[in-house]
Design a protein around this ligand. Structure first.
Ligand code: NDP
Ligand code: GDP
Length: 327
C-alpha cells in the first residue's frame, strides 16, 4: 500500500518540491489549499514542477480547526508536513496577529486535528533559523538558545515548542526541522534572492534600470529548497522523532549574493542597485550560520547545490519568465 502524506502549504515553494519528491517515492500526496477567488493560479508552483495533476487538493485553512479535523479524518495520512504559514518576515510587522494565529497557533490546530483523528501519524513542523534572531552563538545548532527578532520568529518559536511539547506530552512522532533560508526559482518574489534574480532579469532585458534593496550587509546561510525537502522526509523516516538544523554551513552577505547574479548576467551591480531605507526592518537579523552536522550524522543528509549554482538556476528561470511576459 502506498504511504499517504498530507501537506499544509502545498501551494508554496517547499510544498511543491516536497510533493514532487514524495510522488517520486510512490506516495499519495494530498495538500490543503486556501479557498481563493483566483482559482487557476494558486497551483502554479505545482504546475512548474509538472505535478499539479498528481496532487489531491482539499479546501482548508490553518486558522479553521474544523476544516483540519475533517481533512485528517478523511485522508488518514501516514505523514503530515506542516509547511503552511504567513512566511514573510517583513509582513509580520504589518500583520502580527494574523502571523501569530496562522504561523503560531495554526501549528496547534494541525496537531489537535492529528490528536483527534490520527495520533499515530508522523508530524513535521517547518521551524526556522529566524528563531535564532539576535544570535547567541556564532554558529547555530540544535542547542543554541533562541532570540527571535520579528513577530514571524516569535510565532515560529511557539510552533517549535508546541511541537516538542506534543512529542513529550502525548508521545507523538513529531519532529521540528530548523531550516535555514532555502530558495529556488519557486521562491516568493518578495524574498531577497528572488527579488534579486527577478530584478537582474528585468534589467538585463531592458525592462528596468534599478533594483531597490534594504540592508545588503545582512548575511544568510542559503541552500536550495530541492535539497532541503529531502531532510524533512528523512526526519519522519527515523524510529525516534527529534529536532534538526538543516543548513549549508556557509554564510554570505546579501551584497555578495547579489553580485553573483549581476556578474552572471554580465552587468555591473554598482550601476543598478539603489539602497532604499523603505526595505529596512524594525529589528534585523544580521547574520545566520547553521551547523548541519547532526542532520548529516543521523539522517545522512548533506546539501548538494552551491549558492552560485542556485542563483544561476533562479536567474535563468527568471530570464525565461520575464522574456515570455509571464507573471
Ligand atoms: P511559502 O510562503 O512559499 O508558502 C507558504 C504556504 O502556506 C503557501 O502554500 C500558503 O498558501 C500557505 N498558507 C498561508 N496561510 C495559510 C493559511 N491560513 N492556511 C493554510 N495555508 C496557508 O513558504 P515556503 O514554502 O518557503 O516555506 C514553507 C514553510 O517553511 C513555511 O512555514 C516557512 O515559514 C518555513 N520556512 C521557510 C524557510 C525558507 O527559507 N523558505 C526557512 C525556514 C522555515 P497560499 O499559496 O494560499 O498563499
Ligand atoms: P528572511 O531571512 O526570512 O527575512 O528572508 P529575506 O529573503 O526576506 O531577507 C533576507 C535578508 O535580506 C534580511 O536580512 C533582509 O533585511 C535583507 N534584505 C535586504 N534588502 C532586502 C529586500 O529588498 N527585500 C528582502 N526581502 N530582504 C532584503
Amino acid at each position: 500500500m502506498a504511504k499517504r502524506a498530507l501537506l499544509t502549504g502545498v501551494t508554496g515553494q517547499d510544498g511543491a518540491y516536497l510533493s514532487q519528491f514524495l510522488l517520486g517515492k510512490g506516495y499519495e500526496v494530498c495538500g490543503i489549499i486556501r479557498r481563493s477567488s483566483h482559482r487557476g493560479v494558486e497551483d502554479h508552483r505545482l504546475r512548474f514542477l509538472g505535478v499539479a495533476d498528481k496532487v489531491t487538493l482539499l479546501d482548508g485553512d490553518l486558522g479553521d480547526l474544523s476544516s483540519l479535523v475533517r481533512i485528517v479524518k478523511d485522508v488518514q495520512p501516514d505523514e503530515i508536513y506542516n509547511l503552511g504559514a504567513q512566511s514573510f518576515v517583513a509582513s509580520s510587522w504589518r500583520q502580527p496577529i494574523l502571523t501569530a494565529n496562522i504561523t503560531g497557533v495554526g501549528v496547534t490546530n494541525m496537531l489537535e486535528a492529528m490528536r483527534a483523528e490520527r495520533p499515530a501519524a508522523r508530524f513535521y513542523q517547518a521551524s526556522s533559523s529566524e528563531m535564532y534572531g539576535r544570535i547567541q552563538e556564532p554558529v547555530q545548532n540544535e542547542d543554541t538558545p533562541f532570540y527571535p527578532r520579528s513577530p514571524y520568529a516569535v510565532a515560529k518559536l511557539y510552533g517549535h515548542w508546541i511541537t516538542v511539547n506534543y512529542r513529550e506530552s502525548f508521545g507523538f512522532h513529531a519532529s521540528s526541522g530548523i531550516l535555514f533560508n532555502h530558495e529556488s526559482p519557486l521562491r516568493g518574489i518578495e524574498f531577497v534572492t528572488r527579488k534579486v534574480t527577478d530584478g537582474v532579469a528585468r534589467i538585463k532585458l531592458g525592462k528596468a534600470k534599478e533594483l531597490r534593496l534594504g540592508n545588503i550587509d545582512a548575511k544568510r546561510d542559503w541552500g536550495h529548497a530541492r535539497d532541503y525537502v529531502k531532510a524533512m522526509w528523512l526526519m519522519l523516516q527515523q524510529d525516534k522523532p527529534d529536532d534538526y538544523v538543516v543548513a549549508t554551513g556557509r554564510t554570505t552577505t546579501v551584497r555578495d549574493m547579489c553580485r553573483i547574479a549581476f556578474d552572471y548576467a554580465g552587468l555591473d551591480m554598482d550601476k543598478h542597485v539603489v539602497i532604499d531605507p523603505a526595505f529596512y526592518r524594525p529589528a534585523e537579523v544580521d547574520i545566520l550560520l547553521g551547523d548541519p552536522s547532526k542532520a548529516t550524522k543521523k539522517l545522512g543528509w548533506t546539501p548538494e547545490t552551491s549558492l552560485e549554482d542556485m542563483i544561476r538556476e533562479m536567474l535563468d528561470a527568471d530570464l525565461e519568465r520575464v522574456k515570455a511576459g509571464k507573471l
